[in-house]
Design a binder for this molecule. Structure first.
Ligand SMILES: Cc1ncc(COP(=O)(O)O)c(C=O)c1O
Length: 439
């Protein structure tokens, strides 16, 4: 039981501020582990609110006509989607499942943007039937959408995701704006112009906008600025050559967050301030002002979340010391997938004095959640906290090694609400069918 002086959120804040040995952290994390078990995702509602409000006020102060979407892929828990939607965000989705979860969270079809580079016929039909805006990624897909809209005797609103050929300087695997990426219709070679020309000629389509998303975990505004410049120049070409007037221009998401101590990243305000002059100049030249759309995922939810895990054992070898914890790349994929860095705190232990690797419980050599970290000396049973795990954390979990999925908890002040119960062994079997005559 926490004393009234320290709420659960005080404990979370203490861990973020590298005070995991403080009384607040020593009370909060064991309490969460006792009540909900480990591994456990814990989200601080106040942080999501702060992040959302920071972005909204930075952009609303500079862009008269603004619409904000939450890129649901970052964390698909409906409690978080609903929370962000109630604060004003629409949903940017990349699958029919994400549409389903967004609708379940209360997002109406008119506030959903469907944006994947590989949409199935079923996904296209569902979006068209429900009046969800489709962000088109290829000419082939465009023809399929037009056909679907015609056969459903309806009109599909579309935008194109264009590939602007901009390198925003981020990790290669999450760099989507460069020419060799699989995303978008290239501005290069007149391909995007051709796509809009074709869209204008096809029945069953209404051109609504223009979109680009150049990557994730971007820490400097330069890539977004160059992207917006190219988008607005292209919007002008669309108007002059095809007579197309756009409802919106979407600059994507991609705002980075600091994962490392002292890491310098652009703020929402830095980004908005850098985009504003390009916007005023570009829209003046354009002769009209579309809505500006922005669709972050990580920025809203990443800093709010931690992954709480327990040390199963400590192994000292002649070369390395391993903290073996009860989470692995099936729980937090980013370190193995991208070589990503998450700060690690050991709860209730002071004074870092040992270089360790934090190893996961998956049977793979590559299952290291953190390498070469100077941490306090930990023992079996200790709790460790991985910071900034709210985005692309739970969303990328799997049941690999037959480990049920972790639970998720939303914390507000001193209250913790379970928003996903821990997976069960029965769930490992939920969709398996005994082979009958082959067994
Ligand atoms: C089209 C699109 N929009 C938005 C995002 C969100 O990116 P981030 O979480 O970096 O803001 C992504 C991420 O991949 C995306 O593909």
């Amino acid at each position: 039981v926490t004393t009234p002086e320290f709420t659960l959120c005080d404990g979370l804040r203490a861990a973020r501020e590298d005070r995991a040995d403080s009384p607040a952290a020593r009370l909060a994390f064991p309490r969460l582990a006792r009540e909900f078990g480990t591994p456990l995702y814990v989200y601080d509602r106040g942080v999501i609110e702060t992040q959302y409000d920071a972005l909204r006020s930075a952009f609303a102060a500079r862009f008269r006509r603004l619409r904000i979407f939450y890129a649901v892929k970052a964390n698909t828990n409906v409690a978080l989607i609903r929370f962000l939607h109630r604060r004003g965000a629409g949903a940017e989705v990349v699958s029919r499942g994400e549409t389903f979860l967004s609708r379940t969270a209360g997002v109406p079809p008119g506030a959903i943007l469907f944006s994947s580079s590989s949409k199935s016929p079923d996904e296209i039909a569902d979006a068209v039937a429900n009046g969800i805006l489709l962000n088109v990624d290829s000419m082939d897909e465009l023809e399929q959408i037009a056909e679907q809209a015609s056969s459903a005797a309806t009109t599909a609103a579309i935008s194109f995701r264009v590939n602007p050929g901009v390198d925003p300087d981020t990790l290669h695997k999450i760099n989507t704006g460069i020419s060799e990426s699989k995303f978008g219709v290239h501005l290069e070679g007149g391909l995007a112009l051709e796509a809009y020309r074709r869209a204008a000629a096809l029945p069953g389509l209404r051109i609504a906008g223009l979109h680009a998303h150049v990557g994730s975990q971007i820490v400097d505004p330069a890539g977004h600025v160059e992207t917006l410049r190219r988008l607005l120049a292209f919007a002008r070409e669309l108007k002059e050559r095809l007579g197309v007037v756009l409802d919106f221009v979407d600059v994507g998401g991609g705002l980075g967050i600091p994962y490392e101590d002292g890491q310098k990243v652009m703020s929402a305000d830095d980004l908005a301030a850098a985009l504003a002059p390009v916007w005023s100049e570009g829209t003046r030249a354009l002769g009209y002002e579309p809505e500006l759309w922005v669709e972050p995922g990580r920025f809203f939810v990443g800093p709010s979340g931690v992954l709480l895990a327990r040390v199963n054992s400590v192994k000292r070898t002649p070369v390395r010391t391993f903290l073996n914890v009860d989470a692995g790349f099936n729980t937090l994929m980013r370190p193995s997938m991208y070589g990503a860095y998450h700060r690690v705190r050991v709860v209730g232990r002071a004074a870092p004095d040992e270089i360790v690797d934090v190893a996961g419980d998956v049977c793979e050599t590559g299952d290291l959640l953190a390498e070469g970290r100077r941490l306090p000396r930990a023992a079996a049973g200790d709790l460790v906290v991985f910071l900034d795990a709210g985005a692309y954390g739970f969303a990328m979990t799997s049941e690999y090694n037959a480990r049920p999925l972790p639970a998720e908890v939303l914390v507000d002040g001193d209250e913790a609400v379970l928003i996903r119960r821990r997976g069960t062994f029965e769930e490992l079997l939920r969709s398996q069918i005994p082979p009958g005559r082959f067994s």
